[in-house]
Design a protein around this ligand. Structure first.
Ligand SMILES: *Cc1c(COP(=O)(O)O)cnc(C)c1O
Length: 224
């Protein structure tokens, strides 16, 4: 795997308005540095401890994104530095992020993860849960979290038509939520969808942020 070449290739394929998050979970520091030396500054991790460990040893102009399921009791570890949390999937978690953001005297950018897949195992708000939360006064009073958009993960399947319909669904849903709840919030503009297997499709369907690991770093080795 030539990480630099992979990144250059991706940069040609991904339009300028789409942010590339290099997913570095399980990837050793040396390989992350290769991506960094090739100019990549945005990296995504799915475990709080791993995120903290890498934040501490890698250059401090990296923007670290949390993309995986986050437990409330882990928020405090990443709150001082995390750049964007893609995976907010409950009001409880959002309130914890608010609390930790206040302690750190900063505003934490978040995406709301919406359940779009046809699989019982994926995390995310259902549409009812999401709208329920957005209507609450308690939500509108949050001052240290900034909601920048939505995130979704399509089903793990070879059926491109199904994946396309899930991405289109998320893009449509984004527009309706934007109209209904974020009219005066220009920062609500991101749709995080698309991974190595489906990012071209996601971009076609309106993604503004793709989360790509394997196509940059190669297959992950979970055994070490
Ligand atoms: C691992 C992961 C990715 C990247 O997956 P690849 O197929 O390696 O590109 C994207 N998003 C989330 C939430 C992930 O956990």
């Amino acid at each position: 795997m030539n990480i630099k070449e992979n990144l250059e290739q991706l940069k040609q394929e991904i339009p300028d308005h789409v942010t590339l998050v290099a997913v570095s979970k399980t990837i050793p520091e040396a390989d992350i540095r290769k991506a960094y030396d090739a100019g990549q500054r945005i990296f995504g991790e799915n475990k709080a401890q791993e995120l903290v460990r890498k934040y501490e040893i890698l250059p401090n102009d990296i923007q670290w994104h949390m993309i995986g399921h986050l437990q409330s009791n882990k928020v405090k570890f990443i709150a001082p530095f995390v750049h964007l949390i893609h995976s907010v999937d409950s009001f409880k978690l959002l309130k914890t992020i608010e609390k930790e953001a206040i302690k750190n005297d900063r505003v934490i950018d978040c995406l709301l993860q919406v359940y779009i897949a046809d699989e019982a195992s994926k995390f995310g708000f259902t549409q009812d849960e999401l709208e329920d939360m957005l209507e609450r006064d308690e939500f509108n009073q949050l001052s240290h979290v900034r909601i920048k958009g939505l995130m979704g993960m399509a089903s793990f399947t070879d059926d491109t038509e199904q994946v396309r319909s899930e991405f289109e669904h998320l893009a449509r849903y984004f527009k309706s939520i934007q109209n209904k709840f974020f009219k005066n919030k220009p920062e609500f503009k991101e749709i995080s969808m698309g991974m190595s297997g489906d990012y071209p499709l996601a971009i076609e369907c309106g993604s503004t942020m793709v989360r790509i690991g394997t196509s940059i770093f190669g297959e992950r080795n979970y055994n070490d």
